[in-house]
Design a protein around this ligand. Sequence first.
Ligand SMILES: Nc1nc2c(ncn2[C@@H]2O[C@H](COP(=O)(O)OP(=O)(O)OP(=O)(O)O)[C@@H](O)[C@H]2O)c(=O)[nH]1
Ligand SMILES: [Mg+2]
Length: 246
Amino acid sequence: MLWPFWSLQCNILAPDMIGAVVMWWPWLKDSFPHQAVRKFNSLPALPPLPSLPSSVMLVGDSGVGKTCLLVRFKDGAFLAGSFISTVGIDFRNKVLNIDGVKVKLQIWDTAGQERFRSVTHAYYRDAHALLLLYDVTNKSSFENIQAWLTEIHEYAQKDVVVMLLGNKADATQQRVVKREDGEKLAKEFGVPFMESSARSGLNVELAFVAIARELKHRSMKNPDEPKFQLHEYVSRETKSAGCCKS
Ligand SMILES: Nc1nc2c(ncn2[C@@H]2O[C@H](COP(=O)(O)OP(=O)(O)OP(=O)(O)O)[C@@H](O)[C@H]2O)c(=O)[nH]1
Ligand SMILES: [Mg+2]
């Protein structure tokens, strides 16, 4: 008994419904994205990016350019003028965003002078990474690298990340250490290597980014992520930048 009544209602309502949808379609269509945005906005705020604190130490003979390298990285400037040797130890912080992860670098600028060596020794243990510098215009700073590595093995953690930097690559006239010699030494000790210049900025950012990537990879330990190869990354990036010719 209800059937005729229901079919009658459908016949009356259906054309009205279709008409209504057609009439209101522009409004309905436009309102969907707004709804979506409103829903999205009402979601709770995303948690802040994870942050990894990492301690990096700059080591090497006095005058190789440790302080200048740090100032170039932190402030993007070169400390020209008279050389003021670091007394004891100093530090600066810089946060890098590595693939969505904040890597908070605490960078320790050590004094290269012999008389401060005991101060430096006390800080090795807490370092996650070491940037070991020599000066391409100073042969003895290069010859002392082996002694620095011995000291690092004695005082630093076993798994500390070490990278060798031949600094002052801009000083072509005064150069006494060839890039190939730096590469050879680094290969011998199994550490990544690049030449840098605090004056021109060559490879300064890259050196710290490479270290940050390695430290991030070590602490995240994401099994889905392919293993980060610091040596390969450094040689690929330095080659692609065409950086090391001088
Ligand atoms: N041409 C050139 N000069 C540089 C470069 N980096 C540093 N210098 C100069 O080298 C001198 C020593 O630089 P610093 O950064 O103070 O050396 P350091 O290694 O911190 O020395 P200590 O604090 O005594 O251990 C300064 O006169 C700088 O101007 C560079 O990349 N190129
Ligand atoms: Mg210094």
